[in-house]
Design a protein around this ligand. Structure first.
Ligand code: FE2
Length: 144
């Protein structure tokens, strides 16, 4: 499959922002339990919901129609990606909640559990984005 499409600038920007969020969440996971910056946790917690919402809206508009056009069976691929968006939004709410608690100095989970949750979230997001970029024939960042 050799689809090589030029991505809309909005799409490139939102992919960069999602990638940055994943990197920032990884930094928090690496900082647990003793080097955690509480202000940074609060800052990230506030970003997650709006960023995912913006990303999914932009992908609906600029990415999914292109995938449908480029691939036979594209509609099914897009349905699967939509499901992953819903899962990410639900998981994102849990992560947001835990980061808020962490930022307020009242973590609900043990540090290992928080780290596990954060890694599950950003690794899933990275996998999802890699898949989307591959479907568009774009170069992808090597797996972390
Ligand atoms: Fe997506």
């Amino acid at each position: 499959m050799t689809v090589q499409t030029t991505l809309a600038p909005e799409l490139l920007r939102i992919f960069e922002r999602q990638t940055k969020l994943c990197d920032d969440l990884e930094a928090v996971a690496d900082s647990l339990p003793n080097r955690t910056d509480r202000q940074f946790c609060l800052h990230l917690a506030r970003q997650i919901g709006p960023l995912l919402k913006a990303a999914h809206d932009i992908e609906e508009k600029h990415l999914f129609p292109a995938i449908i056009e480029a691939h036979g069976g594209g509609a099914e691929l897009v349905e699967r990606l939509r499901l992953e968006h819903i899962e990410d939004e639900c998981f994102g709410e849990e992560v947001q909640h835990e980061l808020m608690q962490l930022g307020q100095g009242r973590p609900v989970l043990a540090p290992e559990a928080t780290g596990y949750m954060l890694r599950g979230f950003f690794e899933g997001m990275r996998r999802h984005m890699r898949h989307e970029l591959e479907l568009m024939g774009q170069p992808v960042r090597p797996a972390a």
